[in-house]
Design a protein around this ligand. Structure first.
Ligand code: PXL
Length: 272
């Protein structure tokens, strides 16, 4: 049986992030995708200009039709969210649709800085959403925000493990912490039902927007395919490293993100 996923994310018209990343990657992984847009942007917000249409006022009506059509999904995957109300809508959606897999990428900040759009109420809402998840993919900044831990450079691995334990005691049994920088490598910490380990990959500069979306999308697909978490993390980091190398060789502008299209077949062949 083909698996089905509901992707809740914004549509950034250009710049390879959110839905323009999640949809091709999950399709390549053989998963049937439904989309719940949170906002429509001309392009992502790292470019000097963008337009943004907030979809919050239309989401409940949109989802009521899915409910009337009795649509059913094996999983839900949420990304960039724009308002507290949106978080509440997703919590309600989780109650109504009973998704067996619930992947939450808590997009809230990076490099120790919380995004401007994130209010205290949204942080509180995100803590509730994360508690309902079966797998979350925070970066180190987001892990600190979620656990009320002060962010600092050179966070020790033992601190990351403690934060994972504390977060898991309230909800998600599986946590992958991304972007742990150590010299010329990047680590991903894997917390899986109490077991903790970190795997490192070669860092490929420049870092680019959308990388987190590629990572979380592969995690979401792997979760629906019941792949072992460590294998999934290895696949995602190999894929991203390869795409970053190609993006650099092709001279892709940094804001245009990761040229994953060149390597999608690495994901297509995984489950056949
Ligand atoms: O990749 C995360 C992301 C998602 N959505 C929007 C963004 C970004 C990152 O800049 O701007 C609109």
């Amino acid at each position: 049986m083909q698996k089905k996923i509901a992707i809740v994310n914004d549509i950034s018209g250009f710049g390879r992030c959110s839905v323009t990343v999640a949809l091709p990657i999950l399709s390549a992984m053989g998963i049937c995708c439904g989309i719940v847009p949170t906002a429509i942007l001309s392009n992502h917000t790292e470019y000097p200009e963008y337009s943004l249409l907030d979809f919050t006022p239309h989401m409940e009506e949109y989802l009521s039709k899915w409910k009337k059509l009795s649509l059913e999904f094996d999983g839900i995957y949420t990304g960039f969210l724009g308002s507290e109300k949106q978080i509440q809508i997703i919590l309600d959606m989780m109650e109504q649709f009973h998704f067996p897999s619930r992947i939450v990428d808590p997009v809230m900040g990076d490099h120790g800085v919380i995004y401007d759009s994130y209010t205290d109420e949204m942080c509180e809402g995100m803590r509730k959403l994360v508690a309902q998840a079966t797998l979350i993919t925070p970066n180190v900044t987001e892990l600190c925000i979620l656990t009320n831990h002060a962010y600092h450079e050179d966070i020790a691995i033992s601190e990351i493990e403690d934060m994972c334990k504390s977060l898991a005691s309230d909800g998600p049994a599986r946590i992958v912490v991304t972007g742990i920088e150590k010299n010329d490598t990047i680590g991903n910490a894997i917390y899986d039902h109490g077991k903790f380990e970190v795997i490192y990959t070669k860092k490929v500069l420049p870092l680019r927007p959308g990388t987190g979306d590629v990572f979380a999308s592969i995690m979401a697909g792997s979760s629906l395919h019941n792949t072992n978490l460590k294998d999934a993390v290895q696949t995602a980091s190999d894929f991203i490293r390869t795409c970053l190398e190609t993006s650099r060789e092709m001279g892709i502008p940094i804001n245009d993100g990761v040229c994953f299209e060149e390597h999608l077949r690495m994901l297509t062949n995984l489950f056949i």
